[in-house]
Write a protein that binds this ligand. Structure first.
Ligand code: BJW
Ligand code: ZN
Length: 238
Protein backbone atom coordinates (compact mmCIF):
# COMPACT_ATOMS: atom_id res chain seq x y z
CA UNK A 1 0.00 0.00 0.00
CA UNK A 2 1.40 3.37 -1.07
CA UNK A 3 2.01 6.21 1.39
CA UNK A 4 1.28 9.95 1.26
CA UNK A 5 4.55 10.73 -0.53
CA UNK A 6 3.87 8.24 -3.31
CA UNK A 7 0.28 9.48 -3.65
CA UNK A 8 1.59 13.06 -3.95
CA UNK A 9 3.80 11.95 -6.84
CA UNK A 10 0.88 10.27 -8.68
CA UNK A 11 -1.08 13.52 -8.38
CA UNK A 12 1.87 15.68 -9.42
CA UNK A 13 2.26 13.66 -12.66
CA UNK A 14 -1.46 13.30 -13.49
CA UNK A 15 -3.17 15.25 -16.28
CA UNK A 16 -6.56 13.70 -15.56
CA UNK A 17 -8.01 13.41 -12.05
CA UNK A 18 -11.49 12.72 -10.70
CA UNK A 19 -12.66 12.99 -7.09
CA UNK A 20 -15.70 11.39 -5.45
CA UNK A 21 -16.75 13.04 -2.21
CA UNK A 22 -19.20 12.07 0.50
CA UNK A 23 -20.60 13.43 3.75
CA UNK A 24 -17.25 13.05 5.57
CA UNK A 25 -15.72 15.96 3.64
CA UNK A 26 -18.28 18.29 5.22
CA UNK A 27 -17.98 16.84 8.73
CA UNK A 28 -15.33 19.40 9.70
CA UNK A 29 -17.73 22.14 8.54
CA UNK A 30 -20.20 20.88 11.15
CA UNK A 31 -22.55 19.05 8.76
CA UNK A 32 -23.60 15.66 10.20
CA UNK A 33 -22.73 12.49 8.23
CA UNK A 34 -25.29 9.71 7.67
CA UNK A 35 -23.51 6.65 9.02
CA UNK A 36 -21.07 6.10 11.86
CA UNK A 37 -20.76 7.93 15.17
CA UNK A 38 -23.10 10.94 15.33
CA UNK A 39 -24.54 10.01 11.90
CA UNK A 40 -28.11 10.96 11.00
CA UNK A 41 -29.17 7.33 10.47
CA UNK A 42 -28.34 6.58 14.12
CA UNK A 43 -31.27 8.77 15.12
CA UNK A 44 -33.57 8.64 12.08
CA UNK A 45 -34.68 5.76 9.86
CA UNK A 46 -33.92 6.36 6.17
CA UNK A 47 -37.14 4.63 5.15
CA UNK A 48 -39.16 7.16 7.22
CA UNK A 49 -37.48 10.22 5.71
CA UNK A 50 -35.47 9.58 2.55
CA UNK A 51 -37.77 7.62 0.24
CA UNK A 52 -40.55 8.69 -2.14
CA UNK A 53 -42.93 6.46 -0.13
CA UNK A 54 -42.13 8.35 3.09
CA UNK A 55 -42.83 11.66 1.34
CA UNK A 56 -46.12 10.40 -0.11
CA UNK A 57 -47.15 9.18 3.38
CA UNK A 58 -46.23 12.30 5.35
CA UNK A 59 -44.80 15.23 3.36
CA UNK A 60 -44.88 17.52 6.38
CA UNK A 61 -42.75 15.18 8.51
CA UNK A 62 -40.20 14.79 5.71
CA UNK A 63 -40.12 18.56 5.16
CA UNK A 64 -39.63 19.21 8.90
CA UNK A 65 -36.49 17.06 8.75
CA UNK A 66 -35.19 18.78 5.62
CA UNK A 67 -36.03 22.23 7.03
CA UNK A 68 -34.02 21.36 10.16
CA UNK A 69 -31.08 20.13 8.07
CA UNK A 70 -31.22 23.22 5.81
CA UNK A 71 -30.99 25.41 8.91
CA UNK A 72 -27.97 23.44 10.13
CA UNK A 73 -26.22 23.62 6.73
CA UNK A 74 -27.10 27.28 6.01
CA UNK A 75 -24.44 28.64 8.35
CA UNK A 76 -21.78 26.03 7.46
CA UNK A 77 -18.64 27.20 5.67
CA UNK A 78 -16.38 25.20 3.34
CA UNK A 79 -13.35 23.74 5.14
CA UNK A 80 -9.72 23.15 4.13
CA UNK A 81 -10.66 19.97 2.22
CA UNK A 82 -13.23 21.75 0.00
CA UNK A 83 -10.67 24.51 -0.64
CA UNK A 84 -7.88 22.03 -1.46
CA UNK A 85 -10.07 20.56 -4.22
CA UNK A 86 -10.48 24.04 -5.73
CA UNK A 87 -6.68 24.32 -5.83
CA UNK A 88 -6.41 20.91 -7.47
CA UNK A 89 -9.00 21.85 -10.11
CA UNK A 90 -6.87 24.90 -11.04
CA UNK A 91 -3.75 22.77 -11.40
CA UNK A 92 -4.98 19.66 -13.25
CA UNK A 93 -5.87 20.01 -16.96
CA UNK A 94 -8.82 17.55 -16.75
CA UNK A 95 -10.43 17.52 -13.33
CA UNK A 96 -13.93 16.30 -12.44
CA UNK A 97 -15.52 16.67 -9.04
CA UNK A 98 -18.27 14.16 -8.34
CA UNK A 99 -20.16 14.56 -5.08
CA UNK A 100 -22.86 12.64 -3.25
CA UNK A 101 -23.37 15.68 -1.03
CA UNK A 102 -26.40 17.93 -1.29
CA UNK A 103 -25.04 20.71 0.97
CA UNK A 104 -23.62 23.03 -1.74
CA UNK A 105 -20.30 23.51 0.10
CA UNK A 106 -18.22 22.61 -2.98
CA UNK A 107 -19.99 25.39 -4.92
CA UNK A 108 -19.47 27.80 -2.06
CA UNK A 109 -15.75 26.94 -1.95
CA UNK A 110 -15.47 27.82 -5.66
CA UNK A 111 -15.44 24.43 -7.40
CA UNK A 112 -16.87 24.58 -10.90
CA UNK A 113 -19.17 22.16 -12.71
CA UNK A 114 -19.69 19.85 -9.73
CA UNK A 115 -21.51 16.62 -10.65
CA UNK A 116 -24.15 16.30 -7.93
CA UNK A 117 -25.20 12.66 -7.97
CA UNK A 118 -27.76 13.03 -5.17
CA UNK A 119 -29.14 16.46 -6.05
CA UNK A 120 -29.11 19.69 -4.10
CA UNK A 121 -30.86 20.51 -0.82
CA UNK A 122 -31.09 24.16 -1.98
CA UNK A 123 -33.33 23.29 -4.92
CA UNK A 124 -37.06 22.53 -4.97
CA UNK A 125 -39.08 20.49 -7.43
CA UNK A 126 -42.85 20.59 -7.96
CA UNK A 127 -44.48 17.16 -7.70
CA UNK A 128 -47.33 18.38 -9.94
CA UNK A 129 -45.80 20.34 -12.85
CA UNK A 130 -42.12 19.30 -12.51
CA UNK A 131 -40.84 22.91 -12.24
CA UNK A 132 -37.48 23.31 -10.46
CA UNK A 133 -36.17 26.37 -8.67
CA UNK A 134 -33.48 27.42 -6.17
CA UNK A 135 -34.54 28.26 -2.61
CA UNK A 136 -32.09 29.12 0.19
CA UNK A 137 -34.71 30.14 2.72
CA UNK A 138 -34.17 28.41 6.08
CA UNK A 139 -36.35 28.05 8.01
CA UNK A 140 -39.06 27.91 5.34
CA UNK A 141 -42.01 30.20 6.09
CA UNK A 142 -44.60 27.44 5.59
CA UNK A 143 -44.37 23.65 5.64
CA UNK A 144 -44.83 21.88 3.34
CA UNK A 145 -43.86 24.42 0.65
CA UNK A 146 -45.84 24.71 -2.60
CA UNK A 147 -45.15 25.66 -6.22
CA UNK A 148 -46.69 28.69 -7.96
CA UNK A 149 -49.03 26.19 -9.70
CA UNK A 150 -50.41 25.08 -6.32
CA UNK A 151 -48.65 21.69 -6.42
CA UNK A 152 -46.69 20.25 -3.49
CA UNK A 153 -42.95 20.99 -3.65
CA UNK A 154 -40.28 18.44 -2.65
CA UNK A 155 -36.57 18.79 -1.90
CA UNK A 156 -34.40 18.54 -5.04
CA UNK A 157 -32.51 15.54 -3.69
CA UNK A 158 -32.34 11.86 -4.69
CA UNK A 159 -34.04 9.43 -2.33
CA UNK A 160 -33.53 5.67 -2.13
CA UNK A 161 -35.14 3.93 -5.07
CA UNK A 162 -34.99 7.02 -7.29
CA UNK A 163 -32.86 7.45 -10.41
CA UNK A 164 -29.93 9.89 -10.31
CA UNK A 165 -30.28 13.21 -12.19
CA UNK A 166 -30.23 12.78 -15.98
CA UNK A 167 -26.77 12.29 -17.42
CA UNK A 168 -24.83 12.73 -14.14
CA UNK A 169 -23.89 9.06 -13.77
CA UNK A 170 -22.83 8.84 -17.42
CA UNK A 171 -20.59 11.88 -17.00
CA UNK A 172 -19.21 10.57 -13.71
CA UNK A 173 -18.55 7.17 -15.29
CA UNK A 174 -16.67 8.78 -18.13
CA UNK A 175 -14.55 10.82 -15.69
CA UNK A 176 -13.81 7.73 -13.58
CA UNK A 177 -12.83 5.69 -16.64
CA UNK A 178 -10.46 8.34 -17.98
CA UNK A 179 -8.86 9.38 -14.67
CA UNK A 180 -5.21 8.61 -13.97
CA UNK A 181 -5.88 9.30 -10.28
CA UNK A 182 -9.25 8.80 -8.57
CA UNK A 183 -9.69 10.36 -5.13
CA UNK A 184 -12.33 8.94 -2.77
CA UNK A 185 -12.96 11.34 0.08
CA UNK A 186 -15.19 10.95 3.15
CA UNK A 187 -17.63 8.37 1.87
CA UNK A 188 -18.62 5.04 3.42
CA UNK A 189 -18.98 3.76 -0.19
CA UNK A 190 -22.11 1.74 0.52
CA UNK A 191 -24.63 3.66 -1.59
CA UNK A 192 -24.93 2.66 -5.24
CA UNK A 193 -24.53 3.48 -8.05
CA UNK A 194 -22.04 6.10 -6.69
CA UNK A 195 -19.89 3.51 -4.88
CA UNK A 196 -19.57 1.49 -8.09
CA UNK A 197 -17.45 4.28 -9.58
CA UNK A 198 -14.54 3.25 -7.35
CA UNK A 199 -13.91 -0.29 -8.71
CA UNK A 200 -14.85 1.06 -12.15
CA UNK A 201 -12.06 3.67 -12.02
CA UNK A 202 -9.60 1.09 -10.70
CA UNK A 203 -10.39 -1.43 -13.43
CA UNK A 204 -9.91 1.33 -16.02
CA UNK A 205 -6.38 1.89 -14.70
CA UNK A 206 -6.67 4.77 -12.20
CA UNK A 207 -4.59 4.92 -9.05
CA UNK A 208 -7.25 5.10 -6.32
CA UNK A 209 -6.50 7.16 -3.20
CA UNK A 210 -8.93 6.98 -0.27
CA UNK A 211 -9.06 9.68 2.39
CA UNK A 212 -11.20 8.73 5.35
CA UNK A 213 -11.01 8.65 9.12
CA UNK A 214 -11.96 4.94 9.00
CA UNK A 215 -11.70 1.83 6.85
CA UNK A 216 -14.66 1.57 4.43
CA UNK A 217 -16.35 -0.73 1.93
CA UNK A 218 -14.06 0.84 -0.70
CA UNK A 219 -10.79 0.19 1.11
CA UNK A 220 -10.36 -3.16 -0.67
CA UNK A 221 -10.26 -1.34 -4.05
CA UNK A 222 -7.71 1.35 -3.22
CA UNK A 223 -4.00 1.73 -3.96
CA UNK A 224 -3.45 4.14 -1.09
CA UNK A 225 -5.52 4.64 2.09
CA UNK A 226 -4.83 7.85 4.00
CA UNK A 227 -6.46 7.72 7.42
CA UNK A 228 -7.43 10.99 9.07
CA UNK A 229 -9.71 14.01 8.69
CA UNK A 230 -9.98 15.22 5.07
CA UNK A 231 -9.35 18.82 6.18
CA UNK A 232 -5.91 17.80 7.40
CA UNK A 233 -4.91 15.16 4.84
CA UNK A 234 -6.06 16.78 1.58
CA UNK A 235 -4.04 20.01 1.93
CA UNK A 236 -0.94 17.88 2.63
CA UNK A 237 -1.63 15.69 -0.40
CA UNK A 238 -2.25 18.63 -2.71
C1 BJW B 1 -14.57 11.43 7.35
C2 BJW B 1 -14.57 12.48 8.23
C3 BJW B 1 -13.56 13.42 8.02
C4 BJW B 1 -16.21 11.30 8.79
N1 BJW B 1 -12.70 13.26 7.02
N2 BJW B 1 -13.70 11.27 6.38
C5 BJW B 1 -27.48 -3.21 -3.81
C6 BJW B 1 -26.56 -2.91 -4.79
C7 BJW B 1 -26.69 -1.75 -5.52
C8 BJW B 1 -27.69 -0.82 -5.23
C9 BJW B 1 -28.59 -1.13 -4.26
C10 BJW B 1 -28.50 -2.30 -3.58
N3 BJW B 1 -29.53 -2.34 -2.69
C11 BJW B 1 -30.25 -1.20 -2.80
C12 BJW B 1 -29.69 -0.43 -3.75
C13 BJW B 1 -30.11 0.88 -4.17
C14 BJW B 1 -29.77 2.01 -3.23
C15 BJW B 1 -28.55 1.70 -2.37
O1 BJW B 1 -27.42 1.93 -2.74
N4 BJW B 1 -28.76 1.19 -1.18
C16 BJW B 1 -27.65 0.78 -0.30
C17 BJW B 1 -27.70 1.56 1.00
C18 BJW B 1 -27.70 -0.69 -0.13
N5 BJW B 1 -29.49 3.14 -4.11
C19 BJW B 1 -30.46 3.91 -4.57
O2 BJW B 1 -31.62 3.72 -4.29
C20 BJW B 1 -30.05 5.00 -5.54
N6 BJW B 1 -30.86 4.95 -6.69
C21 BJW B 1 -30.88 3.87 -7.50
O3 BJW B 1 -30.18 2.91 -7.33
O4 BJW B 1 -31.75 4.01 -8.53
C22 BJW B 1 -31.98 2.92 -9.41
C23 BJW B 1 -33.12 3.32 -10.31
C24 BJW B 1 -32.91 3.40 -11.67
C25 BJW B 1 -33.99 3.75 -12.52
C26 BJW B 1 -35.24 4.04 -11.97
C27 BJW B 1 -35.43 3.99 -10.61
C28 BJW B 1 -34.37 3.63 -9.77
C29 BJW B 1 -30.28 6.38 -4.91
C30 BJW B 1 -29.44 6.60 -3.71
C31 BJW B 1 -29.83 7.92 -3.05
C32 BJW B 1 -29.08 8.18 -1.76
N7 BJW B 1 -29.66 9.28 -1.08
C33 BJW B 1 -29.04 9.79 0.13
C34 BJW B 1 -29.93 10.95 0.68
C35 BJW B 1 -29.74 12.20 -0.18
C36 BJW B 1 -30.63 13.32 0.25
C37 BJW B 1 -30.33 13.84 1.63
O5 BJW B 1 -29.22 14.28 1.93
O6 BJW B 1 -31.24 13.79 2.44
O7 BJW B 1 -27.73 10.25 -0.15
S1 BJW B 1 -28.77 8.54 1.39
C38 BJW B 1 -27.23 9.20 1.96
O8 BJW B 1 -26.15 8.25 1.67
C39 BJW B 1 -26.95 10.43 1.07
C40 BJW B 1 -25.48 10.29 0.79
O9 BJW B 1 -25.13 11.02 -0.36
C41 BJW B 1 -25.31 8.80 0.64
C42 BJW B 1 -23.90 8.32 0.82
O10 BJW B 1 -23.42 8.61 2.10
P1 BJW B 1 -21.91 9.06 2.30
O11 BJW B 1 -21.68 10.35 1.62
O12 BJW B 1 -21.02 7.95 1.95
O13 BJW B 1 -21.89 9.39 3.87
P2 BJW B 1 -21.76 8.37 5.12
O14 BJW B 1 -22.33 9.05 6.28
O15 BJW B 1 -22.29 7.02 4.79
O16 BJW B 1 -20.20 8.18 5.31
C43 BJW B 1 -19.38 9.24 5.78
C44 BJW B 1 -17.93 8.77 5.73
O17 BJW B 1 -17.10 9.86 6.07
C45 BJW B 1 -17.60 7.63 6.71
O18 BJW B 1 -16.86 6.62 6.02
C46 BJW B 1 -16.71 8.30 7.77
O19 BJW B 1 -15.71 7.43 8.28
C47 BJW B 1 -16.09 9.42 6.98
N8 BJW B 1 -15.70 10.59 7.73
N9 BJW B 1 -15.64 12.31 9.13
C48 BJW B 1 -12.81 12.13 6.24
N10 BJW B 1 -13.47 14.49 8.86
ZN1 ZN C 1 -45.88 23.28 -10.05
Amino acid sequence: MADLEEAREWLARAASVAALTGAGISAESGVPTFRGAGGLWREYRPEDLATPEAFARDPRLVWEWYDWRRQAIRTAQPNAAHLALVQLERRIPRFTLITQNVDGLHDMAGSGGVLKLHGDIWRMRCTACGAEWPDRCAPLPKLPPHCACGGLARPGVVWFGEPLPDGTMQEAGHAAASAEVFLVIGTSAVVHPAAGLIPYARRAGAKVIEINTERTAASQWVDCALRGPAGEILPRLI
